[in-house]
Design a protein around this ligand. Structure first.
Ligand code: SF4
Ligand code: SF4
Length: 278
């Protein structure tokens, strides 16, 4: 188990900076819908020169995504991770699970990776475990619902829409329960936190301390891209980001090579992260 874990980390370009120079990941954009609204999220525009989370030139069906995956694997030898990271929320789109199953059957050697906002993690954990998902990224922007309520407009959960503090409480509860289950199941978990200086800037230490207790492998502090409702807020300055990362790394290891990739990226993270067109 431990050897597999180390091997996975050493081959996953997001979990290891050394691996990022040698190995690549492919994001297969099969998940169009989302079940929450983060106030910094904007997925309306696509520019081939732009790399940011949630952007994809197109949404693929699972069999089209398999064609794309085969195409890359036939032509490269460095793709080690197959992931679904959007353009919406992977766990609320059944296509994610159909695709993961197909990949596991045809390419069992690939590391299966999912990104999620965590709302459906407890509900979908049995499927995640059965499918053999190896690594998981959960975006966790607050461990205090009062701060969460400033970041999320609403959530849709079990057929109902929740707003404000009610939404933030349910989301946080599910994120934490799901993360705990995933870690217990042996899945390697990375936490992404959007650094929004004016909203959660003073709360980042609390998040790091909290997730340290959950046995999280790595924390990835991502600078806010000011857009959508959060266009009024500033992005952190590079120096500010570096300083916070320095403080947080005393608590939990920090990812420092993230490129804030598109939902249809393919390739090595460090030697070129933008989409390579088919
Ligand atoms: Fe956008 Fe992802 Fe937030 Fe959904 S969970 S609103 S896709 S950033
Ligand atoms: Fe890795 Fe960051 Fe790109 Fe996600 S956004 S695939 S963590 S480099």
């Amino acid at each position: 188990m431990q050897a597999n874990r180390c091997e996975m980390i050493n081959h996953h370009p997001c979990l290891s900076r050394e691996a990022a120079h040698k190995y690549g990941r492919i994001h297969l954009p099969v998940a169009p819908r989302c079940n929450i609204k983060c106030k910094y999220c904007l997925r309306k525009f696509d520019c081939a020169n732009e790399s940011k989370p949630g952007i994809s030139s197109m949404v693929l069906k699972p069999d089209e995504a398999m064609d794309r995956l085969r195409w890359y694997l036939e032509r490269t030898d460095f793709i080690k991770v197959a992931a679904v990271a959007g353009p919406g929320e992977p766990l609320t789109n059944q296509q994610t699970f159909s695709l993961m199953k197909m990949i596991k059957e045809e390419f069992p050697e690939l590391i299966l990776c999912l990104s999620t906002n965590g709302l459906l993690l407890p509900d979908r954990m049995p499927d995640i475990i059965t499918l053999g998902v190896n690594t998981l990224t959960v975006t966790l922007n607050a461990v205090n619902p009062e701060i969460g309520a400033k970041i999320y407009s609403y959530i849709n959960y079990n057929g109902k829409t929740y707003y404000g503090i009610d939404a933030a409480k349910i989301l946080l509860e599910n994120q934490l329960a799901g993360i705990e289950e995933a870690v217990k199941a042996g899945i390697i978990v990375k936490i992404n936190t959007i650094f929004i200086p004016e909203i959660n800037g003073d709360h980042l230490i609390d998040i790091a301390n909290y997730i340290k207790k959950l046995d999280i492998y790595l924390m990835n502090l991502m600078p806010l891209i000011p857009q959508s409702d959060f266009a009024i807020f500033r992005a952190p300055r590079q120096e500010e980001l570096n300083n916070v990362r320095m403080k947080l790394r005393d608590i939990i290891p920090q990812m420092v090579h993230c490129k804030q990739c598109r939902a249809d990226s393919c390739g090595k993270v460090i030697d070129g992260h933008s989409k390579t067109c088919l």
